[in-house]
Design a protein around this ligand. Structure first.
Ligand code: 5AD
Ligand code: SF4
Length: 446
């Protein structure tokens, strides 16, 4: 009988994607389980982008310590960004941990486990090299709960070269490298064979895809190559750095019907002074020009963003400018965070830190304002007929289905037929909720 692996994933979609790869790499020896109590191998995939998720690692891993007493052969490992950042320190603080594998080293997990089964000495691998090329790990059907997925993530590039002054990513994920286009296409074709109809391409800055590599297509060209895959209906991507959002990309999005009408375009802050200190390399005026171009060529495009409040030195006037930007751009949704000091970053050494209470106030203000804007935007969907790709049952009830619009808004809807997973359907929107829409099924389109 195969052994069981339990994997807990924190952080971004890139981590989700890496966790899936780990399961594929282990598939000959381990089947996934949802219950850590019955696992023979427990892996925690960690995030260090802000302080809070980093702290969670210790409590999460600590929770599994008693299991180790009950089950002598149980292996516990830490992977992801905190593993990369802390390396040996994790073993010092959590001596019962068997392995720590960084963001480039986790591909060696199979060999690491074989080694540990012979010799229980903890293994730490955290090398980070500029030449690193992730090996091709093709999606598998055998991962029980992941079968019949309608949507999937595909990592197209690793690392980041931008060094925004607050951000730890370039230090824990290394230099930016793009995966070869043939491998990306091969992976997506396999996903489509497994029933996937929508892919989300992942990278810290997808807009600079292929620019460092000789002979690679650029990002708009890659999108067109992917769109040529038959039976793939929808393409999404994240994240776009505003400084690299080209007119060519906007035109490609407008012209290629498979590319969804949504863009995640992190603004971070609305004041030019703060943007400069953040090393974002664009001004708010340049950002607004790109938004205008997007709306000109793709009038129904949904724009979402990331906002950091309380960056060192952010005055009330600077913060007001962030609020003004939210009112001007009118995002569908925002992800907002209080600035948090991260190791290695330059902002960590800035002196004029904003007190925690003030950051808290600003975060609330941003979120309150956005709540109203999102509600107003969602209200505009009511009465419209939208194309929805059905992902499965709604999370709240098995009598409703759930899918997303091209603009990435979640729609829960009643339907006389419940066997519509993987179909593209038309839904009449009847009600707007806080983070989703409600509707009624009209017809199958595909
Ligand atoms: N503090 C707060 N938020 C941060 N982010 C990245 N680094 C930090 C930090 N030090 C946010 C940014 C980024 C998102 C993924 O996380 O908004 O876009
Ligand atoms: Fe971090 Fe900036 Fe790179 Fe995004 S672009 S991962 S915020 S350094």
């Amino acid at each position: 009988m195969k052994k069981r692996v339990y994997i807990k994933t924190f952080g971004c979609q890139m981590n989700e994607n890496d966790s899936e790869k780990v399961l594929i790499l282990l598939k000959e020896e381990y089947v996934p389980t949802d219950n850590p109590e019955e696992a023979d191998l427990i892996i925690v995939n960690t995030c260090s982008v802000r302080e809070k998720p980093q702290h969670k690692v210790y409590s999460e891993v600590g929770r599994y310590k008693p299991l180790k007493k009950k089950k002598k052969h149980l292996l516990i490992g830490i992977i992801g960004c905190v593993a990369q950042q802390e390396g040996e320190n994790l073993i010092k603080k959590l001596p019962y941990v068997d392995f720590v594998l960084g963001t480039q080293s986790f591909y060696q997990i199979k060999e690491v486990i074989t080694k540990l089964q012979k010799d229980p000495k903890p293994i730490v691998l955290t090398e980070l090299t500029n030449e690193f090329k992730p090996p091709l790990v093709l999606p598998e059907e055998t991962l029980s709960k992941n079968t019949e997925k309608v949507t999937a993530f595909v990592t197209i590039m690793q690392g980041c070269d931008n060094f925004c002054s607050y951000c730890i990513v370039p230090y824990v994920r290394g230099r930016e490298t793009s995966r070869p286009p043939e491998e990306i296409i091969e992976e997506i074709k396999r996903l489509v064979e497994l029933g996937v109809r929508e892919v989300t391409l992942l990278g810290q800055n997808v807009n600079s895809y292929g620019l460092k590599e000789k002979g690679y297509p650029d990002f708009p060209e890659l999108l067109n190559q992917i769109a040529a895959i038959e039976d793939l209906w929808r393409i999404r991507f994240t994240t776009s750095h505003p400084k690299d959002l080209s007119e060519k990309l906007i035109r490609t999005m407008a012209e290629n019907p498979k590319i969804c009408h949504h863009i995640h375009l992190p603004l971070q802050a609305g004041s030019n002074r703060i943007l400069k200190r953040m090393n974002r390399k664009y001004t708010k005026e340049e950002y607004l020009e790109k938004v205008a171009k997007l709306r000109e060529l793709i009038p129904d495009i949904a724009i979402t963003t990331d906002i950091i409040v309380g960056f060192p030195g952010e005055t009330e006037e600077d913060f007001e400018e962030t609020l003004e930007m939210l009112k001007t751009v009118r995002y569908h949704e925002i992800f907002s965070f209080k600035y948090s000091d991260r190791p290695f970053t330059t902002a960590k050494n800035f002196e004029d830190k904003i007190p925690e209470e003030e950051k808290e106030i600003r975060l609330k203000l941003v979120q309150e304002l956005q709540k109203t804007i999102t509600q107003e935007i969602y209200q505009q969907y009511v009465g419209k007929e939208m194309e929805v790709l059905v992902e499965g049952f709604s999370s709240k009830s098995k009598t409703q289905l759930m899918g997303r619009t091209s603009t990435n808004v979640i729609v829960n809807f009643y339907s006389p037929r419940l066997d519509l997973k993987g179909r593209l359907v038309k839904v009449r929107i009847e009600e707007a909720g806080k983070h989703s829409l409600k509707g009624r099924y009209l017809e199958i389109l595909k």
